[in-house]
Design a protein around this ligand. Structure first.
Ligand code: IZC
Ligand code: ZN
Length: 426
């Protein structure tokens, strides 16, 4: 007797075990007329719809010939923050560059001010609501960064919020310490001292299990390659794995640094050099691309996903959800941008938001794939096939989402053509 049986599946999408590099990203198993069963939070059976008819389950779900995939994995978010930055829209329209807004004390620094001012409980409540929206869009595992505290108290406050969200929600959150995200006003002109301050926090963060990864914003006017190397080395010495915001705006060489340090991921990579792309193909670092950010910053040049895959790199996609440079948690929208702006194929895109995304955050063995014995993180999409989601952009196509076999979200009907009856929600 299974707990849940999803039957009558039009297409069941089964990414291979990864990380998938280069040509391996071009393959994706798509099975038709299938069914899948869960038991005690795990995938317990996968077979044809015909075979499924003799199985017994407490709950049967008719997929109505639609598409079922693993739960999506979002490997780069700035989930926890205070305030919002809609006032910067006018500056953007006036053509003020992102780094110039930051230099003038806005951008990240305005979110830092708001985050420092909010209580831990308020930050938790706000992030909790966002998390529910994220799950509603088909994501069952995600990474969440600090980086809007920039002092001991406020950074730890953010990390504690991520820890609590992970413990109290059904989703899996992977925590990243991004202390070196910007230079706070009180350290202006004293960048080295600030970086040392952030390095001094590492033993406490590691000992208390407040983060698994660290990250640094390696960019003109923020942190240099040399500083990034030092921070990554200090992190690794304490058993923390590393990530880096690399070559987003200027080609500083963060991609090469990431591979040489064995970073789990190098993120953004819009301005990555040819050598950096070759290094990715040779190394173990996953390239996490964030086309939503390029779109939101109004730029024309996207990361060279085609070249990266064709040369042999492992590519993942993420939202970069944050209050400044990418204000969306809809990973399906990012899938469309990957197709339209980076010429990724639908198969490559699905591998990038499942198996490879999981590997970018150290969850390759528990998330991103579906096979018997694996965690039952599953999405039923209201679409006829896997190509449909990148094609029909900016909508939420999720119909039902299961995390560890438990339904965490389900689309209810609208009442546009009929008035709801008492007790009938929408
Ligand atoms: O708040 O602007 N790029 N960090 C580096 C960000 C964007 C987040 C933000
Ligand atoms: Zn980011």
């Amino acid at each position: 007797m299974y707990d849940t049986l999803i039957e009558n599946i039009g297409q069941l999408i089964l990414p291979a075990e990864g990380p998938l590099k280069g040509d391996a990203m071009k393959q994706l198993e798509v099975k038709e007329n299938m069914a899948i069963a869960f038991h005690e939070g795990k995938v317990a059976w996968i077979g044809t719809n015909e075979e499924a008819q003799k199985l017994k389950a407490s709950e049967r779900v008719d997929a109505m010939e639609k598409t079922v995939t693993p739960g999506l994995v979002d490997p780069h978010t700035h989930l926890v923050f205070g305030g919002s930055r809609e006032n910067e829209l006018a500056l953007k329209q006036a053509g003020v560059p992102y780094l110039e807004i930051l230099k003038q004390g806005g951008g990240i620094l305005s979110t830092v001010e708001a985050t420092r001012a909010e209580s831990e409980d308020d930050l938790y409540e706000k992030a909790k609501q966002t998390l529910e929206q994220i799950a509603a869009h088909g994501v069952t595992t995600l990474e969440a960064k600090s980086g809007y505290g920039l002092d001991r108290e406020a950074e730890l406050k953010q990390l504690r919020v991520v820890k609590r969200l992970n413990e109290e929600s059904l989703l899996d959150l992977v925590s990243t310490f991004l202390g070196p995200h910007a230079i706070p006003p009180e350290y202006k002109g004293k960048e080295e001292a600030f970086l040392e301050e952030m390095i001094r926090l590492l033993p406490e963060i590691s000992a208390e299990g407040l983060a698994e990864f660290t990250d640094i914003f390696c960019e003109t006017g923020v942190f240099t390659i040399e500083q990034s190397r030092r921070f990554m080395k200090a992190s690794q010495e304490l058993g923390l794995q590393t990530k880096i915001h690399a070559d987003e705006i200027d080609p500083l060489g963060g991609t090469e640094l990431a591979v040489s340090m064995g970073a789990a991921s190098a993120d953004h990579l819009v301005a990555a050099s040819e050598e950096g792309i070759d290094n990715l193909a040779e190394g173990d670092t996953v390239a996490v691309l964030l086309p939503g950010t390029t779109f939101y910053l109004g730029k024309d040049h996207y990361a060279k996903a085609r070249k990266m895959i064709d040369r042999g790199a492992a590519v993942a996609l993420a939202t970069d959800f944050n209050p400044g440079s990418c204000v969306t948690y809809n990973l399906q929208m990012i899938m469309s941008l990957a197709a339209l702006k980076m010429k990724m194929t639908p198969k490559e895109i699905w591998n990038s938001v499942t198996v490879n995304a999981a590997h970018a955050i150290g969850r390759g063995d528990v998330a991103g794939c579906l096979s018997v014995g694996r965690t039952a993180d599953v999405v039923l999409w209201d679409v006829p096939n896997y190509k449909y989601i990148p094609y029909h952009y900016a909508a939420n196509h999720a119909k039902a989402v299961w995390k560890s076999g438990r339904k965490v979200w389900e689309r209810r009907g609208a009442h546009v053509f009929s008035v709801p009856q008492p007790g009938q929600g929408c």
